[in-house]
Write a protein that binds this ligand. Structure first.
Ligand SMILES: NC(=O)c1ccc[n+]([C@@H]2O[C@H](COP(=O)([O-])OP(=O)(O)OC[C@H]3O[C@@H](n4cnc5c(N)ncnc54)[C@H](O)[C@@H]3O)[C@@H](O)[C@H]2O)c1
Length: 302
């Protein structure tokens, strides 16, 4: 007996990366799975999104555990598409018990270079897309007086980050939204929680803009990226964590083992969030050339 036997999970962005790992891990514990993914690229991004072959690979991974899996088209920017995918899942399996709102995208540039359209796209997928997924599921969950929802936020849901203000804002917003959902659906017996992953070894990071940013140099290699991620973590030796680290936490959160937990934002970060922060701005020679490093020097620094 698996602890999720007889349950059904609907996962947005389930075709690859953490979504795929979550699908496989939930299936290993007995759940049947529906994945909804965009299945095409978004032009403004520097990397590709999942395609049909990725979705087929997730379906295979779930079936290896003897569970059923359907792959559906579902762009979280489109309420009609998400309603349709969720409805198809209810029709196929007879009900849905678990919603994992996982679809997400990222893009890097200083906030003053982000266009109106780029800002809106990141917010639309990462934040508003989660509201749409919950909207698609909420009538079903309220009617059944049951359901468990997990949002994939980020450590950037509670801390800042350079050069992706739109992503940081969306992920912070997601933690607030998770709490609002916990309040409004709690009386119906529905739980709402979030995971806050650190840097994860997933396709979202497998492109030069991500390698360079994390390694702190141009033309960085994936190996240099991974080495640089070691400094993110308190637990010794850990670089970017595998997607399975998040999948393990999500599986526990949606299971009855976490039946009393709602409204929680749980770091999956190898201790990243308890590390003391650093501020590179005051370092002489770094930052804008025309800025005075310390416009209000204390007596001691004169
Ligand atoms: N990888 C990390 O370092 C990291 C860290 C913290 C949080 N996250 C978050 O984890 C989640 C999963 O990302 P991942 O790391 O697996 O990256 P990923 O790029 O491998 O997976 C994201 C998935 O979402 C899908 N997707 C993108 N836009 C969509 C849309 N409009 N509608 C439906 N599906 C869409 C993609 O096709 C892809 O399958 C994201 O929300 C991401 O922001 C990632």
């Amino acid at each position: 007996m698996g602890r999720l036997d007889g349950r059904v999970a609907f996962i947005t962005g389930g075709a690859r990366g953490q979504g795929r790992a979550i699908a496989a891990r939930l299936a290993a514990d007995g759940a049947d799975i529906a994945i909804a993914d965009i299945g095409r690229d978004i032009d403004s991004l520097e990397y590709s999104l999942a395609n049909d072959a990725d979705a087929a690979e997730t379906v295979d991974r779930v079936r290896e555990h003897g569970r059923r899996c359907i792959a559906l088209e579902g762009d979280v920017r489109d309420q009609v598409a998400i309603d349709r995918a969720f409805g198809a899942t209810v029709d196929e399996f007879g009900g849905v018990d678990i919603l994992v709102s996982n679809a997400g995208i990222v893009d890097y540039k200083p906030l003053w270079e982000i266009s109106e359209e780029e800002w809106s796209t990141i917010l639309d997928v990462n934040l508003t897309g989660s509201w749409r997924a919950v909207k698609a599921a909420s009538a079903h969950f309220r009617e059944r007086c049951a359901g468990s929802i997990v949002f994939n936020s980020s450590i950037n849901g509670v801390e800042g980050g350079w050069n992706y203000a739109h992503y940081v804002s969306a992920k912070h917003g997601l933690v607030g939204f998770m709490k609002a959902v916990a309040l409004e659906l709690g009386p119906y017996g529905v739980r709402s929680n979030a995971v806050l992953p650190t840097v994860i070894d997933a396709p979202i990071n497998a492109h030069p803009a991500s390698w360079n940013r994390v390694a702190g140099k141009p033309d960085a290699t994936p190996e240099e990226w991974f080495e640089a991620t070691r400094s993110w973590h308190l637990l010794r030796g850990r670089g970017a964590l595998p997607a399975e680290a998040v999948a393990d936490t999500v599986t526990w959160l949606v299971s009855d083992d976490a039946r009393h937990i709602t409204g929680a934002a749980i770091p999956v970060d190898a201790g990243h969030l308890v590390l003391p922060g650093g501020n590179p701005a005051p370092i002489p020679g770094e930052g804008p050339e025309h800025a005075t490093p310390d416009p209000w020097p204390s007596e001691g620094s004169k």
